[in-house]
Design a protein around this ligand. Structure first.
Ligand SMILES: *[C@@H]1O[C@H](CO)[C@@H](O)[C@H](O)[C@H]1NC(C)=O
Ligand SMILES: *[C@@H]1O[C@H](CO)[C@@H](O)[C@H](O)[C@H]1NC(C)=O
Ligand SMILES: *[C@@H]1O[C@H](CO)[C@@H](O)[C@H](O)[C@H]1NC(C)=O
Length: 424
């Protein structure tokens, strides 16, 4: 199962029927849930009925601008009772994890693409002061790291957009250099058969960690943070590509995304494009710092799910069980479900500490329902996930301080796998 080449076994009418049944079920239980004091209350607050309708982005609003005023707070977005649960670990079944060979280097904010039995892991930070400029390749069939090779000198090192057609890997924009340095709009394509890199037309404006996918013959890039690394972008561009070549000279403007920001999962399954989780706001360079030292700013993590189909209108789908960000490459598609490993959630409401996510989530696309299907060996963000021969793998990222402390600490290169068994 390669994440770029989704398979499906249901015809469209069946999916529509299942979706309708699921929505009916949700709307029937919703009132009950919000009246009870169960764990579902916090989900219900983010499951407005309007979410199932078409969402038009408020392009004329000053929405992204409010993030330029970085001292604000988010009490308007997350009422206290919803916040209370977002940071806590959710009940999750234990999984039996097996440790595999670690990556050659530790890696935070790395990006990955699986093609057949190979996981290509790109760039990332070794630590805040040092970024990688190479690709490490892991073979799921031999369970070894088989190869490393350079990325182009003018390619970004983190906050990339990545997508593949099963041979070519497209790498769009991102942050160039360590700490909280500026972005580049440079865009590249790697031919994995020849290991050759080529340039593509640069994105119209640079972005940090935009949602990126190949969909219906076009490379789509949307959201991300704008040039200051913090302000959410809602722009959406696409470029026709085939066999590693751009078929157009310029990117085309597309319908803006309802909610902007970086670090989301972007997945195409059965000709539909899904954008999952992410955040608004991010660390920024400290004004005047010669090394562009990262400093923390106001951010909101969310679990929103948006979907584009052939109508090219965004539709809202049920939100994740908790807000989740830094999951760009933390997903696989298995049996018409999207499985997501780890991430980072809303900060602790009192201590304001960052909180990592240690759950494995399943979004069943037949029923449009989320479930928590397992616990990771530790909480971690910016993991790179893969699926091969019944095994769910993840590697790298930043892990927690221990079972009782979900704050981020060590940047790791560890690789783990578990036998995946989806029950529905
Ligand atoms: C769009 O945003 C503006 C400014 O925030 C607001 O006044 C207006 O009501 C919004 N329109 C819709 C349709 O949400
Ligand atoms: C935070 O939100 C509260 C409640 O809306 C408001 O009273 C307060 O002024 C806000 N603080 C800042 C710094 O915006
Ligand atoms: C996917 O479905 C097939 C066929 O029903 C099943 O054999 C397999 O175990 C499923 N995979 C997972 C990971 O659950």
């Amino acid at each position: 199962m390669v994440r770029s080449v989704p398979k499906h076994s249901f015809s469209k009418p069946i999916i529509i029927l299942l979706a309708f049944v699921a929505l009916l079920g949700i709307s029937l239980t919703r009132d009950f849930r919000s009246a009870s004091s169960s764990a579902y209350v916090s989900f219900a607050t983010t499951w407005g009925r309007d979410k199932y309708h078409i969402i038009s982005p408020n392009v004329s609003s000053d929405y992204p601008k409010k993030f330029e005023n970085v001292g604000g707070n988010n009490t308007d977005r997350y009422p206290e009772r919803a916040l209370a649960r977002t940071y806590a670990d959710l009940p999750a079944p234990e999984l039996k994890w097996e440790q595999m060979p670690s990556a050659p280097v530790p890696r935070l904010d790395g990006y990955s693409v699986q093609i057949k039995n190979l996981l290509y892991v790109f760039a990332g930070y070794a630590n805040l002061d040092h970024v990688h400029s190479h690709v490490d390749v892991y073979s799921f069939s031999t369970n070894t790291w088989t190869e490393s090779f350079e990325i182009p000198a003018d390619m970004a090192n983190s906050h990339l957009g990545v997508a593949t057609d099963g041979r070519y890997i497209y790498i769009v924009t991102g942050q160039y250099g360590p700490q909280c340095r500026g972005p580049t709009a440079n865009t590249f394509v790697l031919d994995t058969d020849t290991r050759k890199w080529e340039s593509l037309p640069p994105l119209p404006a640079p972005r940090y960690a935009p949602a990126t996918q190949l969909w219906k013959g076009r490379l789509h890039v949307m959201g991300g943070s704008k040039e200051n690394r913090h302000t959410p972008g809602i722009d959406h561009w696409s470029l026709a590509v085939a066999n590693g070549k751009a078929l157009e000279k310029q990117w085309r403007r597309e319908v803006p995304i309802p909610r902007g920001g970086p670090h989301r999962a972007c997945v195409v399954v059965d000709d539909r494009l899904y954008v999952i989780g992410g955040q608004e706001g991010d660390f920024m360079a400290k004004p005047g710092s010669p090394i562009f030292k990262c400093s923390r700013r106001f951010e909101v993590v969310y679990g929103d799910v948006y979907m584009l189909d052939e109508t090219m209108k965004w539709k809202g789908l049920p939100s994740m069980p908790k807000p989740d960000s830094h999951i760009e490459c933390s997903w696989v598609v298995v049996n018409n479900s999207i499985v997501i490993v780890g991430g980072t959630t809303e900060k602790h409401p009192v201590t304001k500490r960052m909180i990592l996510v240690g759950e494995v989530f399943q979004f069943n696309l037949n029923t449009l329902t989320w479930s928590v299907i397992g616990k990771m060996p530790y909480r971690a963000k910016t993991t790179q996930a893969g699926f091969w021969d019944g095994w769910l793998y993840f590697t790298s990222g930043q892990r927690d301080r221990g079972p009782d402390n979900p704050q981020p600490r060590k940047v790791v290169g560890d690789m783990w796998r578990t036998k995946l068994r989806l029950l529905h």
